[in-house]
Design a protein around this ligand. Structure first.
Ligand SMILES: [Zn+2]
Length: 343
């Protein structure tokens, strides 16, 4: 499966296949000016995805030796083919925070962080042991020479031909997540910050990060932009960015209220809270979730708990020698009314 859409002159959307249960495709964007080409994100490092991309480049008569890349963030479905695609002398643009994350994966610090997080969340040992080996090995893909990168910051511009892309950092989905806004045509390449059909995940495993607070601030940052069309990494392009941001805002407000309602029943650890939250996936109940889904759910529960903790609505208590975190309400559990009107 692959699709090429010409969105504007010399500006294409390519849909590539993903082997993930929850996401079956990713969009990458291709901009060209004569021989010069900029590609935004690369797809995942599977043979099917890479072959599809190479097929599209051939169809568009693009020379792989002439391509620079922009990577929205450090998730494998976005940068997984970068190492295979990047040619000598060509550039890979990225936010430095995302590069630092990739380096942590490369040096395998990630595994220790994850295990510590799982234990502190109250994750049962049997589930930790059955998590897939992907967290126990370092893929060679992470081994990219840092000399290939040019780091971009909020407010920088990427220019190609008539296209001017303003870099806008949107932390939340990842810490250094960066989007591009084409200032003339008002096209917004949103990465995984705003998606039309699915809710981007916001998870945390590292204290004292508060990615939900960051994410909500990033929604607000984008809300007032004069966007004509959103070009997301997954699903179809869409127009009403304000309407979608309002939905996402409401979703997180409801999640926060759900967590508070769970804690009204009594003190709980993160794993227990996640098991009582509602999840929009096709398993009947928490016990039938595969360990990897539980892992993502606990990361998402933690993001909402950290938000509530910083708002002063809940507090943590360390239980047992394993340092398991237990959460309880500080007051009556009245959630912050500011949240809905802040947008
Ligand atoms: Zn992502």
């Amino acid at each position: 499966m692959r699709t090429i859409d010409e969105l504007r002159r010399n500006f294409y959307r390519i849909e590539l296949p993903l082997p993930l249960e929850s996401l079956n495709s990713i969009n990458i964007y291709v901009v060209r000016d004569g021989e010069k080409v900029l590609i935004i994100d690369t797809g995942i490092n599977t043979k099917e995805c890479l072959d599809s991309l190479l097929g599209c480049l051939k169809e568009l008569k693009i020379d792989i030796n002439e391509i620079d890349y922009f990577i929205t963030h450090s998730h494998i479905d976005h940068f997984g083919n970068l190492k295979s695609l990047l040619r000598k002398g060509k550039k890979a643009y990225m936010n430095k925070i995302e590069w630092e994350h990739i380096k942590r994966l490369k040096y395998n610090l990630f595994k220790n962080e994850i295990e510590y997080f799982l234990i502190r969340s109250g994750f049962p040992e049997i589930d930790i042991e059955s998590l897939p080996s992907q967290f126990n090995k370092v893929e060679p893909i992470y081994d990219i020479d840092p000399k290939n990168f040019t780091f971009l910051c909020d407010g920088d511009y990427l220019r190609l031909g008539n296209y001017n892309f303003l870099c806008i950092t949107t932390p939340g989905h990842t810490k250094g997540h960066t989007t591009l806004f084409e200032t003339e045509l008002k096209l917004f390449i949103s990465g995984d910050h705003i998606l039309g059909e699915i809710t981007p995940t916001v998870q945390t495993r590292l204290y004292p990060e508060n990615p939900l607070k960051d994410y909500l601030a990033s929604l607000k940052k984008i809300y007032s932009l004069p966007i004509e069309c959103v070009l997301p990494s997954h699903g179809k392009c869409f127009k009403d960015h304000k309407g979608r941001i309002e939905e996402l805002w409401k979703h997180h407000k409801q999640r926060i209220e759900e967590v508070v309602a769970i804690l009204k029943e009594g003190e709980r650890n993160t794993y227990e809270i996640a098991s009582k939250m509602s999840w929009d996936i096709h398993f009947n109940d928490w016990n039938s979730f595969p360990p990897l889904q539980k892992f993502f759910a606990v990361g998402e529960a933690m993001a909402h708990l950290r938000y509530l903790e910083e708002e002063g609505l809940i507090k943590r208590r360390i239980k047992s020698q394993k340092e398991i975190i237990s959460w309880k309400l500080t007051g009556t559990g009245k959630t912050n009314q500011k949240m809905s009107s802040e947008l």
